[in-house]
Design a protein. Structure first.
Length: 479
C-alpha cells in the first residue's frame, strides 16, 4: 500500500491528500452529528422525489404510498447506516473494504455494479440539474452537462471536508425551502376527488416499498467514504443513529412529498411540480426552490464522482498498484466526469422514464453485497481486520475469495425469479402480479451462505496478521 505523508500532519490542507489508502489516527477528526446533515442533504435531491411518484401512478392512495415509502426507506436505511461504523474502525473507503470478503481481485465483481450506480446517478442528476437551470437560463445540454459535471468534479477534487461543509449548509437551505413547499402542498393544492384518490393495491404497495428500500440501500456503497476520518474510538451507536436519521428522514419526507404532489397535480415532472406548488406563495418562489434543488444536485454529483473515483482506483489497484496521490485522484475524477457527460448526452430521451428500473437494478446488484459485507463485519470478523493485508497481493485475504464470490453469486441468482422490471418479470414475480420481494431473498441467502462458509476461516492466522498490521500502521498493538 502506498501511503501519503505530510511534513505537518496537523496543518489543514485545502485539497484532500488521501484516496484509497488508510487514514492514520493522527489525522482523524470530525463530529458525529455532522453525518446527519451530510446524509440528509445527500438524499434530499430530485431523484428521491421521483421515487414517490410510483404509488399514485399505480393507483395507490397517498396514505398507503406514504406508508410504503416510510417502511421501505427505513428498512433500506437500516443496512446503509450500519456501514457507517466501518469507516472509523478501518480508516478506509467503503468499497475497498470488500477485499476482505471477495479477495483483492475478486472484489471487481461488486465494484462493477457500484460504478454503474455512481455513474447512473450522476447522469440522472446532470439531466435534472440542467432542466432546473432551464427555468431561468437557455436549456442547452451540450453546454450545461459539461459545466455542471465540471463543477461537481472541482468539489470532489477538494474532497472530503468540502463535501461535508457543503452538505451541512445545503441542509439548512433545503429544510427552509421544502418546509414551505410542503405546507403549500397541503394548504394550496386541491386534494384529489374520490374517483382519482386511488386505494389499496398489494402489488403497488410492494413495488413502492421495494423502490424506496432499494434507493436507500444504494447509498450503502458510499457510507464509510465519509466516516473514515472520524476518530477510531467513535461511538458506534451515535454514528449509526446520525447516519440513519439523516438518510431515512430525508427519504421519507421527499418521497412522501412526491406522492402528495403527484396525486394532487398529476404528472411525473419533479421540476414542474415543485415550481407550480412553490408559486402559490408568490410567483417565482417555485423557481427559487428548484434552483436550490439544483445546487443540491451539483453537490451530490460531487459525492457520486468522489465515490466512483475511489471505487475505480480500488479496482485498478487490485491488478496494478496505484499510488495514493492527489494526481491519481484528479485523473480518476476527470475520467469519471467525461464518462458521465458522454452517457448523459447520448442516452435515449426517455431515460428518466426508466428511473424505476434503474433503482431496482441497483437493489438487485447491491443487496447480496451489503449482506456479505455486513455479516463479515459484524458477525464474522467483528470489525477487526489486517488493514495492510487488504492492499497486499499475498495478504491473508488473497486475490480471490471463494466465500464472498459464491455467496454473492448465489444470492443474486436466487433473486432472478423474483425480479420485476419494465423489460423482464421473473416467474414468481409474475405469479405475485408484478410484486417484487427479491431483496428479502437476496439478503437472507447471500448473508446466510457467507456466514456458513466463514466457519472455516483461519482466525489465528488473521489475528497474527492484524497484530503485525497494527504495529506497522500505528506503532501500537491496540487502540
Amino acid at each position: 500500500m502506498t501511503q501519503t505523508t505530510s511534513a505537518d500532519v496537523g496543518s489543514a490542507r485545502i485539497i484532500e491528500q488521501h484516496s484509497i489508502d488508510y487514514v492514520p489516527w493522527s489525522e482523524r477528526r470530525g463530529t458525529l452529528w455532522h453525518q446527519g446533515p451530510f446524509w440528509f442533504a445527500g438524499n434530499f435531491v430530485l431523484p428521491t422525489m421521483v421515487v414517490g411518484f410510483t404509488g399514485p401512478e399505480m393507483g395507490l392512495s397517498v396514505g398507503y404510498t406514504f406508508l410504503a415509502v416510510a417502511l421501505g426507506a427505513c428498512f433500506g436505511t437500516f443496512f446503509m447506516a450500519f456501514h457507517a461504523n466501518q469507516g472509523p474502525r478501518m480508516g478506509l473507503p467503503q468499497m475497498i473494504q470488500s477485499r476482505a470478503q471477495f479477495g483483492r481481485r475478486g472484489v471487481v465483481v461488486p465494484f462493477l455494479a457500484t460504478v454503474f450506480v455512481y455513474v447512473g446517478f450522476m447522469v440522472f442528476d446532470t439531466i435534472l440539474g440542467t432542466q432546473g437551470l432551464g427555468l431561468i437560463l437557455p436549456d442547452g445540454k451540450w453546454f450545461w452537462y459539461p459545466v455542471l459535471t465540471a463543477l461537481s468534479i472541482v468539489i470532489a477534487v477538494v474532497g472530503h471536508d468540502l463535501l461535508h461543509f457543503i452538505q451541512r449548509w445545503m441542509t439548512y437551505l433545503l429544510v427552509i425551502a421544502f418546509a414551505i413547499t410542503t405546507i403549500l402542498a397541503f394548504t394550496s393544492l386541491h386534494a384529489p376527488t374520490a374517483a382519482h384518490a386511488g386505494g389499496w393495491s398489494g402489488t403497488a404497495f410492494l413495488v413502492q416499498f421495494s423502490l424506496a428500500a432499494g434507493y436507500n440501500i444504494s447509498y450503502a456503497v458510499y457510507v464509510s467514504d465519509y466516516s473514515r476520518y472520524l476518530p477510531a474510538d467513535s461511538s458506534a451507536p451515535k454514528l449509526i443513529f446520525w447516519t440513519y436519521l439523516g438518510a431515512a428522514f430525508s427519504a421519507v419526507w421527499l418521497m412522501g412529498l412526491g406522492a402528495v404532489l403527484a396525486s394532487r397535480l398529476g404528472g411525473a415532472d419533479a421540476i414542474a411540480l415543485i415550481k407550480d406548488t412553490g408559486d402559490h406563495l408568490f410567483p417565482g418562489f417555485g423557481t427559487i426552490v428548484v434552483l436550490i434543488s439544483t445546487l443540491a444536485l451539483i453537490s451530490i454529483m460531487g459525492v457520486n464522482a468522489y465515490g466512483a473515483m475511489l471505487t475505480s482506483v480500488s479496482g485498478i489497484d487490485a491488478f496494478r498498484t496505484v499510488p495514493a496521490t492527489v494526481r491519481v485522484r484528479v485523473v480518476g475524477l476527470v475520467a469519471i466526469g467525461v464518462i458521465s457527460v458522454v452517457v448523459a448526452l447520448f442516452i435515449p430521451t426517455d431515460y428518466l422514464d426508466s428511473f424505476n428500473s434503474f433503482v431496482l437494478l441497483m437493489l438487485y446488484f447491491l443487496v447480496p453485497w451489503t449482506a456479505v459485507n455486513l455479516v463479515d463485519f459484524y458477525a464474522v470478523r467483528h470489525g477487526e481486520y489486517a488493514i495492510t493485508d487488504i492492499f497486499r497481493a499475498r495478504g491473508v485475504y488473497g486475490n480471490w475469495s471463494w466465500r464472498g464470490l459464491v455467496a454473492y453469486s448465489v444470492g443474486f441468482v436466487v433473486m432472478i425469479p423474483f425480479f420485476s422490471l419494465s423489460f423482464y418479470t421473473g416467474p414468481i414475480a409474475d405469479k405475485l402480479h408484478g410484486a417484487d420481494v427479491s431483496f428479502a431473498i437476496g439478503l437472507v441467502v447471500a448473508g446466510g451462505l457467507y456466514y456458513v462458509f466463514s466457519r472455516s476461516l483461519d482466525h489465528e492466522a488473521e489475528a497474527r496478521a492484524r497484530a503485525a498490521s497494527q504495529l506497522e500502521l500505528e506503532g501500537t498493538p491496540q487502540l
